[in-house]
Design a protein around this ligand. Structure first.
Ligand SMILES: NC(=O)c1ccc[n+]([C@@H]2O[C@H](COP(=O)([O-])OP(=O)(O)OC[C@H]3O[C@@H](n4cnc5c(N)ncnc54)[C@H](OP(=O)(O)O)[C@@H]3O)[C@@H](O)[C@H]2O)c1
Length: 281
């Protein structure tokens, strides 16, 4: 295999949970452009359909796959639909996740009164919502003895970010799961079944937009948006001095999904403009 051919995803089938979101959608488009057939998994059917249609309109193959990552029955139905249509599963990106306002330690909400339901909700979505899709979509990979799981972690797993207590702990658990499962799967199912993670730095998503941007630039203008105090702090602590663009996750996602990374398992790759390297001094 020539050096470039190792990166192709031709013949592979990929599922992207959170494919209806900003980062999952970008990675789904990237995998499709690299040759994979891509299933767009999320609860919002209309958005899943729109993302899949846009990929198809660009000349690649995609299908909407409505499911809830916390509902095993819906995941099992999604897996059945996927196998019936495309016959196999090679890649799973777990991008469903995020923080929620009622679990954010800010204003009147202190650590001491974070509601248990909010804590369990955020830990459940980010951790259990990663485990369940691996259990369900990973089974065919185990049978094939080959597959690539890519979890989406966060800088919050590595560095203390104020406010996001439960989210940070859940993403740290995702990092730990990535290493734990890499060992377990390689030992029990062979070297072809790999698990890695991407730790994005700061990107403007649907959920964090209001937290980071105070005022959008007028449409059509070249001006930068006005950032919130937190948004500005983030940019100040990112050596590259800006937020990430969702497409900037594609290179690592394609590499981890492809045979080019076939001796790589159990790692967490930061895509963060240098945030995790910087000490702040
Ligand atoms: N944006 C950032 O700066 C950043 C940084 C580090 C890590 N991350 C992580 O990257 C991932 C994607 O974030 P994003 O910024 O792209 O956020 P986003 O645009 O809000 O996307 C979140 C996605 O999660 C899906 N989702 C939520 N609950 C779900 C459920 N129960 N079942 C199935 N899907 C569910 C949503 O789909 P439906 O609503 O259609 O179900 C949506 O596609 C998250 O894990 C986030 O924690 C983001």
């Amino acid at each position: 295999m020539s050096s470039w051919e190792q990166f192709t995803l031709e013949g592979k089938v990929a599922v992207v949970t959170g494919g209806t979101g900003v980062l999952g959608g970008a990675m789904a488009r990237g995998l499709a452009a690299a040759g994979a057939r891509v299933a767009i998994l999320g609860r919002r059917q209309d958005i899943a359909r729109a993302v899949a249609d846009a990929i198809a309109a660009a000349g690649y193959e995609a299908m909407p796959l409505p499911a809830d990552v916390l509902d095993e029955d819906s995941l099992l139905a999604a897996r059945q639909a996927l196998i019936e249509n495309w016959g196999r599963i090679d890649v799973l990106i777990n991008a469903a996740g995020g923080n929620r306002p009622d679990a954010t330690v800010f204003g009147d909400l202190t650590f001491f009164n974070v509601p248990r339901s909010a804590l369990e909700g955020v830990v459940g979505l980010n951790f259990t919502g990663t485990v369940l899709p691996i259990q369900i979509f990973g089974e065919p990979m185990a049978e094939q003895g080959k597959g690539s799981v890519i979890n989406i972690s966060s800088m919050a797993a590595q560095k203390v970010l104020t406010r996001v207590m439960g989210y940070s702990a859940a993403k740290a658990a995702v990092d730990n799961l990535t290493r734990w499962l890499a060992v377990d799967l390689a030992q029990k199912h062979g070297a072809g079944f790999r698990v890695n993670a991407i730790a994005p730095g700061f990107f403007i998503g649907e959920q964090n937009r209001a937290l980071l941007i105070a005022e959008d630039a007028p449409s059509g203008s070249q001006d930068a948006p006005v950032l919130t105090e937190r948004g500005q702090q983030i940019v100040d602590h990112t050596p590259m001095g800006r937020f990430g663009e969702p497409d900037e996750l594609i290179g690592v996602a394609v590499w981890l999904a492809s045979d080019a990374s076939r001796f790589v398992t159990g790692i967490v790759v930061p895509v963060d403009g240098g945030f995790s390297a910087a000490s702040g001094i």
